[in-house]
Every structure is written in C-alpha cells, then in structure tokens.
Design a protein around this ligand. Structure first.
Ligand SMILES: Nc1ncnc2c1ncn2[C@@H]1O[C@H](COP(=O)(O)OP(=O)(O)OP(=O)(O)O)[C@@H](O)[C@H]1O
Ligand SMILES: [Mg+2]
Length: 729
C-alpha cells in the first residue's frame, strides 16, 4: 500500500469499476450506484476530518487529504480551506461571506449526521479460548483466536470482515458486540465514539449466523410482533405496521410475506429468506450500529447484492455503522463495501478501503488476475486449509503461509491504521449514542402472550398431539375402570385410577419438551438483542399455557372421570379437573426449569423424566407415607413432591362421603373416611382445598424459580465460567 501512488481512500480501478474522476456526478442513490455509495459516504466525513486536522496537525491533515482523494468535498476554494485550518487569509466581499456561510452549514450538517452515529474502534484486540474447546488439544492451555486486531467502523459505511472459514470473523463480531462466549477471554480496547461504554437497546443490533425465529409464524407476523416489542408505545400501531411492512419489502420478502417461517417440523420459507427475516427484525429499531454475520449465506448472487445494497443504502441514509462478516461476495457486492478487514488465522492481513485492497495485493506481488473476482482472489491467496490436497496440482501458486506473512508484514509497516482509527475515535469523542425508547413492560408482556398463544396453537407438538393422546389414554382408563362400583374391590381401583391419571398426565408433559427448548432458544436470542426481559417471558409463557392446559385437563379428564363412574356432583368433577390442571401447570414449570438449565433436548428429556419419576415414587402411593425411609425420602422429598398433594386431594375428593360394601354381602360396610385415614394414610386434618391451594402456590413457586434460574444463569454462569477459565491459565 505504501507503494500506491493514490491517496489512501481513493477508489481503485477494479475489473468492473472504473475510477471516477473528481467532480464526476454521483450516479444516484440506491442499489444501482454501488460505486457512488462508497465514495460519497467517505466524502461525508471530510469536513469533520478537516476540522480534526486543524486541531491535530499534520497526521490528521493526512486523513483529510486521504479522504478527499477519491472524490473531493464540493469545491472548497483554497482560501476557504485555509480558513478552516488556520483561520487566515479570509476572502473579501460578499462572495467570501456567502462561501464561508455555505461551508459552515455544510460542516454543521455533517457534524449533526455523524454525531447521531457510532464510531466504533478496536485496538490491540485479542481473544483466547480453552485450547481443548477450540480443538487445538492441550488441556489447560488457551488457544489464541484473535491476535492483536485493530480497526474501526464509521457511520454511514459498511465494513466487510472477510477471511477463510475459522479465521475468527464471528469471534470478532461477538467481541465487538459484547457477546463473546463465557469461556473466551478478551484483551484490548473497544471504544464507542472514543469511550468505553456499554451499548444500550436500539444502539446496536446483531444478525447472528444462525437464524433463530419462531417457526410457526408467517414472515409478516414475525416482523409485526417484533415491531410491537421493539418500538415505543408512543408510536401509533399503524406506523409500527408500516415500518414492519417496509422492512419486509426492503428485504425482498413481499412474495413470501404470508408464508410460515417453518423449521423443525414443517418446511416453510427457504434458508436465505429466513436470513432476510432475521435482518428485517434487527433493522426495525433503526440501530446506529449493525453487526451482520453472514447476511448473504444461502442467497444467490443477485439476492445477496440486493440485500447488501439495501443495507448499504440504509447505512448511508440513516448514518448507520455496519460491520458485516461475508463469504464470497460477488464483484458488484464487493464494490458496496467501504472498508475491508481481511483476516487470516485471527490476524489482520489487510485493513483499509475495500477499493484499495487489489492494489495492496498487487504491490506485494500478488496481482488479481484479469476477470477474477477480487474477493475470490484475496481468499484464495490466504487460505491454508486445502494446501495439502493441492500437492499434486499443476497450478503453481505461492504458499498461503508465505503470502499471509508477507501481507501482514507489509500492512504493519504501513502504520496508517492507528492514526486513522484515532481520528475516528476523536471525531465524535464522548458523544454517547442516544438510547432508543422501547415498548413498556405491559405491552411487551401482552404481545409476547399473544404471540405465544398463536405459537402454541400452531405447533402441533406443543399441546394438540398431547391432547389427542390424552383423549386416547383417558378412553382406555375409562374403559378399563368402567363403572367401578362401590364394593370393597373398588377402593383399590379408585386409588389406582386417580394415581395413574394424575401422574401419567403430568408425565406426558415431557412430550412438549422440544417445543420448550425452541422457546428458550428464541428467548435467549431476543433477550440478547434487548427486545424484552426474563420477567416478561416467564409471565407471558405462564399466561399463554393456562387455557391449553385447562382444555387438556377438562376434556380427557371428563372422559376418564365419568366412564369410571367416580363421585357424582359437578363440584367433585371441577375439583378433579382443577387438580389435573394444577399438576400439568406444575410439571410444565418443572420442564421449563430443566430447559433453562439443560438446553439440549435429549439430555433435558432424560433429566426431566428422572426428576418426575423420583417425585412420583415418593407420593405415598407405591410406598405408604409411614413406611418411607425418613432421611431424604420422607424429609424433604415426600413433602416437596407435588404428587403428594395431588393424590391426597384427589383421594379426599373421591372417598370422603362414600360407603363401601363387602363383596360377599352380609351387610359389612366401611366408610371412605376410614380408608383414607387407616389404609391410604391421608392427612385429614385439613381439607382438599388446602391441597389444591398448596398446588397453586407451588405453580407460582416453580415459575418464580424458573425466573430466578434464568436470571442467575445470566449473571452467574459467565462469571463461573470466567473464573474456571482464569484458574486454568
Ligand atoms: N466458544 C468457543 N470456544 C472455543 N473455541 C471457539 C469458540 N468459538 C469459536 N472458537 C474457535 O475460534 C475459531 C474461529 O471461529 P469463528 O467462528 O470466529 O470463525 P469464522 O471465521 O466465523 O468461521 P466461519 O466463516 O466458518 O463462520 C475456530 O477455530 C473455532 O473453533
Ligand atoms: Mg462465522
């Protein structure tokens, strides 16, 4: 680069893009004018950098010169420039005054535009991870993932992160967005407008490599719900809808707006379309800083170009700072990038104007062959992964390790990055990005509840499948225990039927576990993006499950209850259904806790069924309460097992008031109360309603526990992992 005769930020002639001469009118905004997008936004910072040069002397003056090289700021006469720099040699007369005012206004508007934006800089950034986790062996050692990276991103511009797979693009994005995995350790500075500060909601958005979306919603619904969650209550509902619809159109999703996203069970939209929905959702709050990880993966080259050009257009229009990790951009798409950060094995090979990269490679002896896509050329030159398999190849190319070494050496010796970065940091020093206003707690809870009800309704695996199986099982129970009668034999039958119904119905909640895990994934992703908090999620999830669990307790419950011929009287049936409902609510809470702690669904199912099995065993049915071993099983397991209160409540509901007759006749009778007290060892000192009240209290406790566990895992888990990582070093 040092050998380049052109100023540092000047657009370089590329195979497809001729260098525009100063004064050439911009080819217009939007996607059609990719080359203009690049140079015009570099130009937007020129007045600021010129101001900067006046304060910081010669090094800053180099920035002003460099930036203006590609396309100079609109015809500032020399005298005017002097006026900025040193305040000398003012022009005489009206012409000079008009010129000065025009120039002041231009600087003011540029300052305002940039002051809204985020100047992101990082300096000497290194990230390490446990060597075993990074796949480099060496238990207890740490592998370097990123090694002393420096760079910057500016408002209105798109910085592309490129490099071979595994070079650290996602890790760099995660580090910049403050989302590094807890097992990673970071060193170095990341500054927002020159300050070390945390990004508040709406300031930044991150489109992750993996698409995490609610499969059951249509594209329109997903974006609309997200708009209601993210945008403030003060914005009218029609405006929110309009903004969401505009985002959908901008991402070219109009044709699939009414199609479900799809996922685990149903197909839905394509992977590329899913990626665009993820981008739509993140653009809704108009973030000042946008991180994109592989925004074009799964898209054809035309769609990739359109998506990227719209993002670049939005960046230019709103002064948004965009940092995007990209694979394989087409030539046209590459021309949309203002800056390029080329990484290889976690180190910087090149950082600077995207348009200068070809020249940088050329000046180091690696010219881009004619008609080859420049990004293909860069990546091919620095990819070491496939060198061994190319041993027999007839193509004679330099070894990637040597290329990387040479380019890194050349880039380091260039030394311009530091001053460029410092200039960026200084421009907006101290100007905190304005935090965006969000929907209120109540609105978020309401929207989340609505969305969750729709999701539960459409996801057959959540409740409907269970509902059908419950009906089949309850029909089986009803026919097996049909018209159980009131002789002595019916005592055992009634107790077994009640125990089986309550435990099996709760056990079956495990079937919904994969759906819980999906819900947790979506929650974690949206929580990270700051769309809502854990409390809203727990409340909405609880509220939305109440009607469904009510339904699957009442209808299958009624089939089993009336076919068996249990106590007549609607109040007895209501109590029976209420206990079933409470049990299913409880077990859902328990499974949610398991999903929060064990996010893997196979592990979760095993853990959840194990815990339930142990609680069931201690309910006082399989082993009478007085026979349970006192340590552990009686105290405390028996008392904290919700099965105890469910079965005791159901026994009281069924047996109190009944009198059973001896099968052999002879008039021998026995009261239900006697059975409860002496045979089933039920505690009769309190009524069945107390048992139900305890179950309801347990529902609340379980949900609170779920909330606490989410909060604790958010706060404590990273610290524990950090501590463990630190103690290994
Ligand atoms: N949490 C982690 N713990 C340990 N090592 C990790 C972790 N995350 C990433 N790595 C390692 O860091 C390296 C860089 O990973 P990263 O995902 O940043 O690469 P990438 O450039 O985004 O690759 P791709 O283009 O394939 O997405 C890889 O070798 C990976 O194994
Ligand atoms: Mg990646």
């Amino acid at each position: 680069m040092a050998a380049s005769p052109l100023p540092r930020w000047a657009p370089t002639p590329s195979p497809t893009r001729p260098l525009r001469t100063p004064g050439t009118p911009s080819a217009g905004a939007g996607a059609a004018s990719s080359s203009s997008s690049s140079s015009s936004s570099w130009r937007s910072c020129v007045p600021l950098l010129t101001t900067f040069s006046s304060v910081f002397g010669s090094s800053a003056a180099r920035h002003g010169g460099g930036l203006s090289g590609g396309e100079p700021p609109p015809a500032l006469p020399d005298a005017g420039r002097h006026d900025i720099v040193g305040g000398i040699a003012p022009l005489d007369g009206v012409e000079a005054a008009v010129e000065r005012r025009r120039k002041d206004e231009m600087m003011m508007s540029a300052t305002t535009a940039c002051s809204r934006g985020v100047f992101l800089t990082w300096d000497d950034l290194s990230v390490t991870a446990p060597a075993a986790a990074a796949g480099c062996g060496g238990h207890g050692r740490r592998a370097v993932i990123l090694d002393g990276l420096s760079g910057y991103a500016r408002p209105g511009e798109v910085l592309a992160l490129m490099g071979p797979s595994g070079c650290g693009k996602t890790t760099l994005l995660d580090a910049l967005a403050g989302r590094l995995s807890p097992n990673m350790k970071m060193r170095g500075d990341i500054l927002i407008n020159g300050l070390r500060e945390k990004l508040s909601f709406g300031t930044s958005a991150y489109v992750t490599q993996e698409n995490v979306l609610m499969a059951t919603l249509t594209v329109t619904e997903a974006v609309h719900y997200s708009a209601q969650l993210q945008l403030p209550d003060s914005m009218p509902a029609e405006d929110k809808r309009a903004r969401a619809d505009r985002a959908i159109r901008q991402m070219g999703l109009g044709a699939v707006a009414g199609v479900r996203i799809g996922g685990r069970v149903c197909k839905g939209i394509s992977g590329g379309q899913r990626k665009r929905v993820s981008i739509c959702v993140e653009l809704l709050a108009s973030p000042a800083l946008l991180f994109l990880d592989e925004p074009t993966s799964g898209l054809d080259s035309a769609a990739s170009y359109h998506v990227m050009s719209r993002i670049a257009g939005l960046a230019r229009r709103d002064g948004m700072t965009v940092v995007a990790a990209v694979h394989q951009p087409s030539t046209e798409m590459f021309e949309l990038f203002h800056g390029l950060c080329l990484l290889a094995t976690g180190r910087t090979v090149y950082f600077g104007a995207a348009s200068d990269a070809i020249e940088f490679f050329e000046s180091n002896g690696f010219p881009c062959p004619l008609r080859r896509n420049p990004s293909d050329h860069f990546l091919r030159m620095i990819n070491k992964d496939f060198e061994e398999s190319e041993e027999g190849s007839t193509i004679i190319s330099p070894r990637a390790a040597e290329v990387i070494q040479k380019l890194m050496g050349s880039f380091k010796s260039c030394g311009t990055l530091r001053t460029e970065k410092e200039a960026c940091a200084m421009i907006n020093q101290g100007a905190s990005p304005i935090p965006q206003r969000q929907a209120t707690f109540l609105t978020k809870t309401y929207v989340l509840t609505k969305r969750s009800i729709v999701n539960m309704h459409r996801d057959a695996g959540y409740y409907w499948l269970r509902f059908v199986i419950y009906i089949a099982i309850c029909l089986s129970i009803g026919t097996i225990f049909f018209n159980v009668g009131s002789n002595f034999a019916s005592i055992q039958a009634r107790a077994s039927m009640l125990m089986f119904t309550s435990t099996l119905l709760t056990m079956m909640a495990i079937g919904g576990f994969p759906s819980f895990v999906e819900d947790m994934k979506i929650f974690r992703k949206e929580r990270m993006s700051g769309h809502y908090g854990a409390t809203e999620f727990v409340i909405s999830n609880t509220l939305s499950s109440i009607p469904y669990l009510g339904l699957i307790s009442i209808i299958p419950g009624a089939i089993a209850y009336y076919l068996t011929g249990l106590q007549r009287g609607i109040d007895h049936f209501i109590y029976f259904a209420a206990v079933l409902w409470a049990c299913t609510m409880l077990v859902e809470g328990l499974m949610m806790i398991v999903a929060a702690v064990v996010p893997d669904f196979l592990l979760g199912i095993i853990t959840g069924s194990g815990v339930q099995g142990v609680l069931m065993l201690n309910a006082g049915f399989f082993r009478l309460p007085s026979d349970l071993p006192k340590p552990v099983w009686k105290y405390p397991t028996y008392f904290i097992s919700y099965h105890k209160y469910a079965t005791q409540g159901l026994y009281k509901n069924e047996l109190l008031g009944l009198v059973f007759e001896d099968i052999g006749g002879g008039g021998l009778t026995i009261s239900g109360e006697y059975i409860l007290k002496n045979y089933l060892q039920v505690e009769l000192s309190y009524s069945k309603w107390v048992d139900l009240a305890i179950l309801v209290a347990m529902i609340i406790i379980y949900r609170l526990l779920f909330l606490v566990i989410i909060k604790i895992s958010e706060i404590v888990k990273p610290r524990i992992l950090h501590f463990l990582c630190a103690s290994k070093v």
